[in-house]
Structure formats: structure tokens, C-alpha cells
Design a protein around this ligand. Structure first.
Ligand SMILES: [Mg+2]
Length: 233
């Protein structure tokens, strides 16, 4: 395979650089104690984490296809989770969602080799973020994890007026970065939003598949570890 000369690398943030699962898990375990949820005698902190992952992933899938908005994710998430775990609506702690949103983005776990690969890439390429996450929390995540300095642009649905996999957000990001699509590549963990989205504007893609999940999607490159990017770029 001939290597192409890229100028711009567009990264997804959650689950690609910022370790969403680890950070959310740590936050929920902290909050389980803080809110004394053991006093209900209904579920463990691990059951809370498991239910959160199930409900949150489902709500994000609906958000990505435009079926619900940011406010609905934020308002519904913990009500659904706690009621699934056996609480009555009156027992759901009203400020749990808000406290979660204040705490989780401050967590600093990043995916393996994030700093090493960003250090390596920043010498040779312009790096940008295209995320479907929200301005307020994404900025905190990048700052807390100390990786904001690597990125020239951070494109969110709020700034772009569209979200992945819509082609408009990729076109917006390319324009903002003054990047050429055939000299750009998208790196992300989500086959629908990151990979199919990039393909819609004919941008090459690197599918980051840390759990080596089976799929039938056509991708330009696939990696299981971010460190493998040195073989491509
Ligand atoms: Mg992601």
C-alpha cells in the first residue's frame, strides 16, 4: 500500500482519546458513595455502572441519529437508570445528573498511548477534534486531560450546527482548518459517526477498534492501539 501524504488529522474525542468508560465508572463509584445510594439496598455501584453504560449508549445512539437532543440526554438519563434499578420517581436524587456533569469531565484518564501519539503527530501534522459531545463538557475534558494544547480546532455540534455522521460537520471542520479533504484523515472509534461520516465527504478514515469488535464496514485503516498510527502516519 502506498502511503499518502496527509496534512490534517481529525480526531474523535470520547472513547478515542478521552477514556470515557473509565472516567464515567470512576465518577459513578464516587457519586454512589456521595449520594449514599447503598442505603436503598437495591443495587451495587457496579450495577449502577453497568446500567449507566447500557442506557447512556442507547441514548447517544438516538442522539447521533437526531432522535433526541442534548437536553433530553441530560434530563432523562439518570431518571431512566435509577428507575430501571428499582427506585421510585420520588427517590431519584434530583441533582445527581448535574453533579455527574460537573464531576465526570474533570476526570483525566486517557486511552493508552494518547500522549505519545499526539506528541509524535503534532510535529508533522495539524491536529483537530471533531466531536458530537457538547461544548461545555468537551472543553473541560481536554483541559483536565492536558491534551487541549495539541489541537488547532475543536469542532462540536454547537459550533458546526450539525453532527457526525452528517457531512456538514466535516465540511465545516475542513473549512475552519483550511484543510484539503484528500490530505485529511479521520480517527475514531465509532463506525457510524466517525467512519461513515468521514466517508460521506470522501475523507480517509482510521477506525480505532481497541476491543477488536467484528464488523463488515469498509475502512481505510484499522488499528487496535493508538500506537499503531506510527505505521500509517
Ligand atoms: Mg467516540
Amino acid at each position: 500500500m502506498t502511503l499518502k501524504k496527509y496534512h490534517h488529522i481529525f480526531f474523535d474525542l470520547d472513547h478515542t482519546l478521552w477514556d470515557f468508560d473509565k472516567n464515567a465508572t470512576e465518577t459513578l463509584i464516587d457519586l454512589y458513595r456521595q449520594f449514599e445510594l447503598m442505603s436503598f439496598n437495591l443495587f451495587s455501584e457496579f450495577a449502577l455502572v453497568e446500567k449507566f453504560m447500557e442506557v447512556n449508549n442507547h441514548l447517544w445512539d438516538l442522539y447521533n441519529v437526531g432522535k433526541i437532543d442534548k437536553v433530553e440526554i441530560r434530563e432523562k438519563r439518570f431518571t431512566i437508570i435509577f428507575m430501571d434499578l428499582g427506585l421510585t420517581p420520588e427517590q431519584v436524587p434530583p441533582d445527581f445528573g448535574e453533579v455527574y456533569l460537573q464531576s465526570c469531565p474533570k476526570k483525566t484518564n486517557i486511552m493508552p498511548y494518547t500522549l505519545e501519539i499526539l506528541d509524535y503527530l503534532q510535529e508533522k501534522y495539524e491536529l483537530c477534534i471533531i466531536t458530537n459531545g457538547f461544548d461545555d463538557v468537551q472543553d473541560t475534558k481536554l483541559t483536565s486531560a492536558n491534551i487541549k494544547k495539541y489541537f488547532k480546532q475543536i469542532v462540536t455540534p454547537e459550533s458546526a450546527g450539525s453532527k457526525k455522521p452528517q457531512k456538514e460537520i466535516f465540511e465545516y471542520a475542513l473549512g475552519l482548518a483550511r484543510a484539503e479533504v484528500n490530505k485529511s484523515i479521520m480517527v475514531g472509534d465509532n463506525l457510524q459517526t466517525d467512519i461513515q461520516g468521514a466517508r460521506r465527504v470522501n475523507m480517509d478514515q482510521i477506525f480505532y477498534n481497541p476491543n477488536d469488535l467484528f464488523h463488515k464496514e469498509k475502512v481505510t485503516y484499522e488499528i487496535n492501539c493508538l500506537s499503531e498510527m506510527v505505521k500509517i502516519l
